[in-house]
Design a protein around this ligand. Structure first.
Ligand SMILES: NC(=O)c1ccc[n+]([C@@H]2O[C@H](COP(=O)([O-])OP(=O)(O)OC[C@H]3O[C@@H](n4cnc5c(N)ncnc54)[C@H](O)[C@@H]3O)[C@@H](O)[C@H]2O)c1
Length: 289
């Protein structure tokens, strides 16, 4: 059936596929006006942790949202049970292209005909993951950062996205305190994430070259820009394995980028130091609750 814009969205759920670092944050934001968000993850502990995170953060987040109200989080292990009925599906599974291609092929089959399908991928243009999709006019990128602290989002067409989809999403997301900016043409890393990738890359290179340390670079960044966090702290929050996958994708596209960034990340990853989620990355979080 041909795609038409979704209707009755107030009474329909949103589904988030993947309840990890970003999936749970997306669920937090999309449930902050009292709606239902279905979180799908194959790992039971991740599902439970995602719900616990939303429960913990919601009282703070809804204070800053016009019409803010705690929503309902429903947990699923199979997306075939969660997706039907949803007006929006946001994919937040690991940054592996093959996984995303087959997942979008499956989503396109099981989603309602008027559902919008968005990928939260940090570096794949949605154009690259529609190989098994019959209705690309409903597929796009919606790239969240780390809401609620970083509430901007990149929006980008897959090249065939219906022209009503991105303006509609921009308007809807703003109601939830997420501010979308549309990349006007295909761009790996969209708008802000592409700029951020260059910053991360040079920071990692400076450390890999033995010029400085993550701690000193973060200190300089905070002093100079008057910010409360530095690039290495943010990479720890993102997850060093995720940072690595993203950089590998840029390296595939642009031969000649430095490889010492990956070598440095590999040292941490080999020790199991993945950042905040494992208790240690560039910083030690083992004493935090
Ligand atoms: N971490 C960040 O700060 C960040 C920021 C913006 C965008 N992203 C993007 O978001 C996506 C997810 O990143 P993340 O950091 O949340 O990863 P993550 O590893 O923390 O979480 C991914 C989750 O997906 C689940 N999963 C894997 N296959 C699945 C499937 N078939 N069905 C359901 N669940 C499945 C895993 O069990 C895992 O819990 C990536 O594309 C990444 O590039 C991440």
């Amino acid at each position: 059936m041909a795609f038409t814009m979704p209707t009755n969205i107030e009474s329909r759920p949103v589904t988030v596929i993947g309840g990890g670092t970003l999936g749970r944050k997306i669920a937090l934001m999309l449930s902050n006006r009292g709606g239902t968000v279905r979180v799908v993850d194959k790992i039971p502990e991740v599902r439970e942790a995602a719900k616990a995170y939303v429960d913990e953060m919601t009282p703070t987040v809804i204070k800053s949202i016009d019409g803010g109200k705690a929503g309902t989080i429903e947990l699923f292990d199979d997306m075939a049970d969660a997706v039907p009925g949803s007006w929006l599906v946001v994919e937040a599974v690991p940054e592996k292209k093959d996984l995303k291609v087959s997942l979008f092929g499956e989503l396109d089959k099981i989603a309602d005909a008027d559902a919008i399908l968005a990928t939260n991928s940090s570096s794949y243009a949605s154009e690259e993951i529609i190989g098994e999709v019959e209705h690309p006019e409903r597929v796009c990128n919606v790239h969240f950062y780390q809401p609620p602290e970083l509430p901007a989002a990149d929006l980008m067409s897959c090249g065939q996205t219906d022209e009503q989809v991105l303006p509609f999403l921009k308007e809807e997301l703003a109601k939830h305190g997420v501010y979308g900016f549309v990349a006007a043409k295909k761009s790996t890393g969209f708008i802000f994430n592409r700029i951020w990738a260059a910053i991360k890359r040079e920071c990692l290179s400076v450390v890999a070259d033995g010029v400085s340390t993550p701690q000193d670079i973060d200190q300089m960044w905070m002093i100079n820009f008057g910010m409360s966090w530095g690039p290495f702290q943010l990479m720890d929050k993102v997850g060093l394995d995720v940072v690595r996958d993203i950089e590998l994708h840029y390296m595939d596209e642009r031969p000649g980028l430095p490889t010492n960034t990956i070598e440095l990340l590999d040292e941490y990853i080999a020790r199991g130091d993945l950042g905040k989620k494992s208790g240690k990355g560039f910083y030690d979080y083992s004493q935090e609750s």
